[in-house]
Design a binder for this molecule. Sequence first.
Ligand code: COA
Length: 180
Amino acid sequence: MTSSTTIEFRKLSKKDSRAGFSCGEPELDLFFQRYAKQNQYRHYLGVTYVGVQDGVILGFATVSPCNIEAEALSDEQRGKLPAYPLPMLRLARLGVSTHAQGKGIGKILLRGVFELALKMRDDMGCVGVVTDAKPNAVTFYKRYGFEAYGIPIEGRSVGPPPPLPMFLSIKTIAKAAGRT
Ligand SMILES: CC(C)(COP(=O)(O)OP(=O)(O)OC[C@H]1O[C@@H](n2cnc3c(N)ncnc32)[C@H](O)[C@@H]1OP(=O)(O)O)[C@@H](O)C(=O)NCCC(=O)NCCS
């Protein structure tokens, strides 16, 4: 942790300054600085949550509800779930300031997202969290139990490696949080 003061997990507000934030991924920085607020307050496309310490934004996580075709999950992942689109929470974007990386902020943001998924489960239904993990973040997500899902994209050999679709069941989240 960066210091003894706690990290607040809350929604991005209209007043928050995002200028100068950088997590080292230009595409994520551009999204946070230019689009996060309008997507949340004007287009209602998703909601961005921020991790804040002493008034400074140290990281952000953007979420929106989604449906995933049951066939995209393996038999083990799907368990007894029916064969129609399954409600989930999508972790659309996650970024921690380069100054604050490696200090537990990503973990705090993920925990906040898991709480949102549990609330969605209780209020409207949610069977898991999905994300498209950048190659450098796959191991990070695996630590929390995320697994690859979906049909692998074949024959792509040029350009940067594509993100990996990953899934974590709400049952695993609930068990870890003692909320079964
Ligand atoms: C990936 C990212 C969100 C992790 O956030 P962070 O605040 O640095 O991570 P934390 O300090 O909370 O780490 C939590 C744990 O994961 C581990 N970890 C962190 N980044 C990791 C990585 N890239 N690969 C593997 N493990 C990682 C830490 O060692 C730590 O382990 P511990 O609990 O045993 O101490 C952050 O590095 C980041 O913003 N990277 C650039 C943008 C990005 O790739 N975002 C993901 C988009 S899909």
